[in-house]
Design a protein around this ligand. Structure first.
Ligand code: NAD
Length: 506
């Protein structure tokens, strides 16, 4: 392990980090090596030194996991009374809560996300389970259709079967539970393929679910690369659905690879979300929200407001304030409570973000960055950065950088800014700042995005639909919307009387 000390790790964090061991797969209720015995190395974003070895699953391991998940689905799990099933879901939430102090440091250690932020993410993970246990007991209801005294038709929701969940590294624990909770609560069995750059907390989750006592095979984790473990899960004939969060180009590849087995897909993909600030906005609050929206999660946030459109009259004042913020943001050790921006997940991603900064300069942007303290030069740090004088035609405005980098543009008129905001292929989120209530709604509704906030940063309400339009996604998860994906609706038609039946051949 590294000789660069991660500062201020609390007692629980110290213990957890000193106990990190090599990681196995979790299949059929057991921690096992990959069939091939292969492993990959997991590396610290803070020092770029090895953290541990991780079992590298492939098609043979997916095959084993599918067999286990099918057996559980057709056996004990499939026949459990609802109340008992949901008691397991509550139990998982309780065990997560018992371990918050361990999971948050583990997540920060593995991903470079600041500890003050991972603590909140982990708390959200427990809420995800409680929320879906409640949703299933209160909102997973069918409809009844009475047809005079002839028929009563009604719908029921059945679990689909084996849910394949493929997740990214940017907020791993929270995003994994966001999928696992509705998948299990609605009665499916699960195979999780976590991102290879952030395997630690997925493994911890397997330990938690094991501790919660779920029947063997209900929940399985197969670590490994996307092209091997991920692709085998997608192509498997016996996996009924794939819920994927990740890059747009990966999503489209997955849909092609899963087409032969006619799976259902939920796609939560990339974003390049606009924040539009009108001259009448509460400027101080808009600056707070804009700064948080792009620089929280180290800028590795799908709903980040990575394009700023500020109205000309207030542009100078707004940009001056942003320059100040960028200089003052605390960049540093993800384990320190006051750190606001930590290192990016991996050197490959770091190089990609740096590539975009070079391109921005070549395209004519003025690049204004904060500073990374000298002592952190071994980590994948990119300082918070403003790209001034950006323009819609630029690569850095059109493509997702997924780092602490915001393209800054100005506008004169409402119509103009709507056109500019919509002139990208993505449509995940959007943010509008104005005190004019009519304009607020008008612009919000005109922006092409799955989600839009007026006078707010991204504040999540678990009951509401989550997802993107255009190249940012297909389908919605969240609230009862997740039921459309994780359950199969069956309609049952019941004849109540002697309705007419044609008598062919009589
Ligand atoms: P990624 O697409 O590289 O990888 C995501 C997951 O897919 C990983 O587990 C990876 O191993 C797996 N994978 C890769 N190739 C695969 C294949 N051929 N078959 C099956 N699985 C495969 O994404 P990432 O770099 O981990 O995450 C960052 C991206 O995720 C960004 O684009 C971000 O916007 C997006 N994201 C979207 C949301 C949302 O809700 N819309 C949320 C978080 C992140």
């Amino acid at each position: 392990m590294s000789d660069v000390r991660l500062a201020d790790v609390n007692e629980a964090g110290k213990k957890v980090i000193s106990e990190i061991h090599d990681i196995q797969l979790y299949i059929d209720g057991e921690f096992v090596d990959a069939e091939s015995k292969e492993q990959f190395e997991n590396v610290s974003p803070f020092t770029n030194e090895k953290i541990n070895q991780v079992a590298s699953g492939g098609s043979a391991d997916i095959e084993k996991a599918v067999k286990a998940a099918r057996k559980a689905f057709e056996g004990e799990w499939g026949s459990l009374p609802l109340k008992e099933r949901l008691s397991y879901i509550y139990k998982i939430a309780d065990v997560i809560d018992e371990h918050i102090d361990e999971i948050a440091p583990l997540e920060s250690y593995d991903t470079g996300l600041p500890i003050s932020q991972t603590k909140k993410m982990v708390a959200r993970a427990a809420q995800n389970f409680r929320f879906y246990a409640e949703m299933v007991s209160s909102r997973l209801v069918g409809d009844a259709y009475q047809v005079d005294d002839q028929f009563l038709n009604y719908t029921i929701h059945k679990p689909v079967g084996i849910a394949g969940l493929i997740t990214p590294w940017n907020a791993p624990f929270m995003l994994e539970t966001w999928k696992i909770a509705p998948a299990l609560a609605t009665g499916n069995t699960v195979i999780l393929k976590p991102a290879e750059w952030s395997p630690l907390t997925a493994n911890r989750l397997a330990e938690i679910i094991d501790k919660a006592g779920l029947p063997d095979g209900v929940f399985n984790v197969v670590h490994g690369y996307g092209e091997t473990a991920g692709a085998s899960l997608v192509a498997h004939e016996d996996v009924e659905l794939i819920s994927f969060t990740g890059e747009t180009k990966t999503g489209s590849e997955i849909m092609k690879n899963g087409a032969d087995s006619l799976k259902q897909f939920s796609m939560e993909l990339g974003g390049k979300s606009p924040i539009i600030v009108f001259e009448d906005a509460d400027i101080e609050r808009a600056i707070d929200a804009c700064t948080w929206g792009i620089f929280s999660f180290n800028g590795e946030r799908c709903t980040a407001n990575s394009r700023l459109y500020v109205q000309e009259d207030i542009a100078e004042e707004f940009i001056m304030a942003l320059k100040d913020r960028v200089k003052n943001i605390v960049v540093g050790d993800p384990m320190k409570d006051d750190t606001q921006v930590g290192p990016l997940i991996h050197t490959k991603h770091y190089e990609n973000v740096k590539y975009y900064l070079d391109i921005a300069e070549q395209e004519g942007c003025q690049v204004i960055s904060g500073t990374v303290p000298e002592e952190y030069s071994r980590g994948n740090f990119v300082a918070p950065t403003l790209l001034l004088n950006a323009d819609t035609s630029m690569k850095v405005v059109q493509e997702e950088v997924f780092g602490p980098v915001i393209a800054v543009m100005t506008f004169k008129e409402e119509e103009e800014v709507i056109k500019k905001a919509n002139d990208v292929r993505y449509g995940l989120a959007g943010y509008v700042w104005t005190k004019d209530i009519q304009r607020g709604h008008r612009v919000a509704q005109a922006v092409d995005s799955g989600m839009l906030w007026i006078n707010s940063q991204n504040v999540r309400d678990l009951r509401t639909p989550f997802g993107g339009s255009k190249h940012s996604g297909i389908g919605r998860e969240g609230g009862h919307y997740a039921f459309e994906f994780y359950t199969e609706v069956q309609i049952i038609h019941v004849a109540l009387g002697d309705h007419r039946i044609p008598q062919f051949g009589k």
